[in-house]
Design a binder for this molecule. Structure first.
Ligand code: PLP
Length: 428
């Protein structure tokens, strides 16, 4: 019964270091967030020990009386949150949710139509060496060269040309709303299913601050750890009873064995919290923060340094920074922000001339900072810190500038403490 620190000081030390890294730096990776202490407690519980193949009330193992209640709570809460008739909360991740949803709807060899990875789509939407590209015939739509937005007439043209069995709407790097009603219209025209992958913006949908795909799509998939703020995991929603049945079989036994009931418990906690007024406030600050970043960066002094905001702004929790006209590439920009205590990820922009390991873009998101309490003033300050870092000449940052930016980052972190009551005893 030794503690982690006693049983495994090496792992404990790096868990402790990671806690401090999260507390002391500013997390602006758009797909990340901070789960609540309550959700982490549920995930770190004895539920990790339980096998529960099957679904609540229909298990292949005995002793499921407690996990049945917990999984049913998760199901009922997520259905309520999104107004869906059916939910499966077992997918281990967003990628597994997508794999199961596709397995439920189409057959290997069928054609799928999704947003190109290079233009903001996800690996599971048809990337060549992902399961989705290996199992299915892939056609991909792109954003328009003129305004970097998805052109629905082009989606319609592609759908008529390729006759997909499944159309996927959703993204990992796209700063605007999607027209779910039009996607459904196009799907109906060609006899395809519509799957919306709302992994990135699910938390905004839950609060009514983003249009909901649920009334339009045959199936909606999501992760639970991005804007939704829960543990790492996936979910699948639908309003169609026949599809729901196929989804349950596709998740188990189709894709997975035993569900992770400890993660499902943490999902249940997160879904409860997502229904609280405090979560709406968080989602509002998430959106406000992204809007403020974009507003600061479209100003002349930043734009003159070759730093552009793709589409000129954002409707969601992230901003795509376009560095094609800057001497600083995506890799150098990511490293420079890391050196002052801000974590972002480089990201190819559409029509990117630089190679994928370098890129000409940054994807910068606000969910994690909103969770730790950032308000408008804090977001303006972090926008200005980032602009100053990116505007400086290529090469090493001037040491005095770097030191002053690091101090400003530390002040923001101190003003918005993260997990203030979590103290690891790892290195005692
Ligand atoms: N779908 C989208 C749109 C995503 O952005 C992601 C993650 O980045 C996923 C699915 C996959 O989620 P996971 O990493 O949990 O497999």
């Amino acid at each position: 019964d030794a503690s982690l620190a006693q049983a495994d000081p090496e792992v404990a030390e790096y868990v402790d270091r990671e806690l401090r890294r999260q507390q002391e730096t500013l997390e602006m990776i758009a797909s990340e967030n901070f789960a609540s202490v309550a959700a982490m407690q549920a995930q770190g519980s004895v539920l990790t020990n339980k096998y529960a193949e099957g679904y609540p009330g229909r298990r292949y193992y005995g002793g499921c009386e407690n996990v049945d209640v917990i999984e049913q709570l998760a199901i009922d809460r997520i259905k309520g949150l999104f107004g869906a008739e059916f939910a499966n909360v077992q997918p281990h991740s967003g990628a597994q949710a997508n794999a199961a949803a596709m397995q439920a709807l189409i057959k290997p060899g069928d054609t799928i139509l999704g947003l190109s990875l290079a233009h903001g789509g996800h690996l599971t939407h048809g990337m060549r060496i992902n399961y989705s590209g290996l199992l299915y015939d892939v056609a991909a739509y792109e954003v328009s060269k003129e305004d970097y937005r998805i052109d629905m007439d082009e989606v319609s043209r592609m759908a008529r040309q390729h006759q997909p069995k499944l159309i996927i709407a959703g993204w990992s790097a796209y700063p605007r709303h999607l027209d779910f009603a039009r996607f459904r219209e196009i799907a109906d025209e060609v006899g395809a299913y519509l799957m919306v992958d709302m992994a990135h913006f699910a938390g905004l949908v839950a609060t009514g601050l983003h249009p909901s795909p649920v009334p339009h799509a045959h199936v909606v998939t999501s992760t639970t750890h991005k804007t939704l703020g829960g543990p790492r995991g996936g979910i699948i929603l639908s309003n169609d009873a026949a599809i729901a049945k196929k989804i349950n079989s596709a998740v188990f036994p189709g894709q997975q064995g035993g569900p992770l009931e400890h993660v499902i418990a943490a999902k249940a906690v997160a879904f409860k919290m997502a229904g609280d007024p405090a979560f709406v406030d968080r989602a509002e600050r998430t959106l406000l923060g992204a809007r403020l970043l974009a507003e600061r960066w479209v100003q002349a002094d930043v734009a003159d340094a070759g730093i552009k905001v793709l589409t000129g702004g954002t409707d969601v929790h992230l901003v795509l920074v376009d560095l094609r006209d800057s001497e600083l590439d995506g890799k150098a920009a990511e490293d420079r922000l890391h050196s002052v205590g801000i974590t972002v990820n480089r990201n190819a922009v559409p029509f990117d001339p630089r190679p994928p390991m370098v890129t000409s873009g940054l994807r910068i998101g606000t969910p994690a900072l909103a969770t730790r309490g950032f308000d408008a003033r804090d977001f303006v300050e972090v926008a200005d810190i980032i602009a100053e870092a990116l505007k400086a000449p290529v090469g090493e940052l001037d040491p005095a500038l770097a030191a002053s930016l690091r101090d400003r980052v530390a002040a923001l972190a101190a003003r918005n403490p993260l997990y203030p009551h979590l103290v690891s005893g790892a290195v005692d």
